[in-house]
Design a protein around this ligand. Structure first.
Ligand code: OSB
Ligand code: MG
Length: 375
């Protein structure tokens, strides 16, 4: 095995307006601030990653600004010390940094892209992916009106998506499901609460969700609350899926052992990169827990990494990985990610992430940059 001779990390923040605002129980996003990570080796070869931290600390504790600081001040020095041989060693090298997994994950993913490019392989094959095409669903945010939501669902079904997920919060839940189920009684449907409920406050409502033949209820309760999720799962027949709660293989194991969920959403950034994600999907597969790839309103670079990850054997349910055009007027990769009429995305056959990164477009969108030396 040849050594990776890493030379520098380039950080850029780009600003990209969403095609339409995305609203969850914790807030509304209209413009994304996105941290793009590019890792270079001494030969000038490079790989791209995307840090999925959001603008504010509302999904989890990280933000674009904290991730930037952690990457420049702590990830860089640890990588410099580590003298990595492989991308698979990045996760261990960064272990001394507690949490801050999105910061670590952006860099880790970039090193994987670099390594796959050096090996002349598509990233998905380099990771051990087993399917050349992935199954796709969509996540639909809270809308101004219930009618607007039902129309959005109709449009996404026409586009071919295999599973519809709608965002809910207390006071905007049962009536949304009534309306969607009235129009589409048979579709594969799930809900995502982003931790907006509590056992004390909302047990009655959450139990009512059980009546709508949902594929899953995603993250109803607080991120740290595996115990209450386990109590809730015993009270309802609909599978609970955990998103925010699953930050590592250990937390996936805790959730499985406690019975806190029956399905796992894996987000590359939330778990700190491809190495940890791969461990989690293996664990999920071995324990009969379906897993799927979540999304964080990524640009094409993060989206390409999600596609690669979704080809691993444990990703048995349609993910939230969908077409570029649902988010961006123009993506920063070429070609943009497109979805077939059957609701699938083909894993690209080019080296690394398999999409060309539009460097000129990134340059024109850049609002901040920094180079972190690794030598
Ligand atoms: O909980 O899955 C989530 C977006 C931002 C933060 C959290 C979540 C989401 C989504 C959208 O549901 C997924 C996507 O389309 O990228
Ligand atoms: Mg979620």
């Amino acid at each position: 095995m040849t050594n990776l001779n890493l030379e520098r990390v380039e950080l850029r923040e780009i600003e990209l307006p969403l095609v339409s605002p995305f609203e969850t129980s914790f807030g509304r996003t209209t413009r994304r601030r996105i941290l793009i990570v590019r890792v270079f080796d001494k030969t000038g070869a490079s790989g791209y990653g995307e840090c999925v931290a959001a603008e504010g600390p509302f999904f989890n504790h990280e933000t674009v600004d904290t991730a930037w600081l952690i990457t420049a001040q702590y990830v860089g020095p640890l990588l410099k010390q580590a003298r990595l041989r492989t991308a698979g060693e990045v996760n261990g090298a960064l272990a001394p940094i507690r949490d801050n997994r999105m910061a670590k994950g952006g860099v880790e993913a970039a090193v994987w892209d670099l390594e796959a490019k050096l090996a002349g392989l598509p990233l998905w094959q380099h990771l051990g992916g087993v399917r050349g095409e992935i199954n796709c669903g969509v996540s639909i945010g809270l809308q101004e009106t219930t009618e607007a939501l039902v129309e959005k669902v109709a449009r996404e079904l026409e586009a071919g998506y295999q599973r519809i997920k709608i965002k809910i919060k207390p006071g905007k839940d049962i009536q949304l499901l009534e309306a969607v189920r009235a129009r589409f009684p048979e579709i594969t449907l799930s809900v995502d609460a982003n931790s907006a409920y509590s056992l004390n406050g909302h047990l009655g409502t959450v139990k009512q969700l059980d009546d709508y033949n949902l594929l899953m209820i995603e993250q109803p309760l607080a991120p740290g609350d595996l115990v209450d999720h386990a109590k809730l799962q015993r009270e309802i027949k609909t599978p609970i899926c955990l998103d925010e709660s699953i930050v590592s293989l250990a937390s996936a194991r805790h959730a499985q052992e406690l019975g806190s969920c029956r399905i796992i959403n894996i987000k590359l950034g939330r778990v700190g990169g491809h190495t940890e994600a791969r461990l989690i999907q293996t664990y999920a597969l071995e324990h009969g827990m379906p897993a799927w790839c979540g999304g964080m309103l990524e640009s094409g670079i993060g989206r390409a990494h999600n596609i690669a990850m979704s080809t691993l054997p444990g990703f048995t349910l349609p993910g939230d990985v969908s077409a570029s055009q649902r988010y961006w007027h123009e993506d920063i990769i070429a070609p943009p990610v497109t979805v077939s009429q059957e609701g699938t995305i083909k894993a690209p056959m080019g080296d690394g992430i398999g999409y060309e990164v539009n460097e000129d477009r990134i340059e024109s969108l850049t609002v901040r940059r920094e180079t972190v030396r690794l030598t």
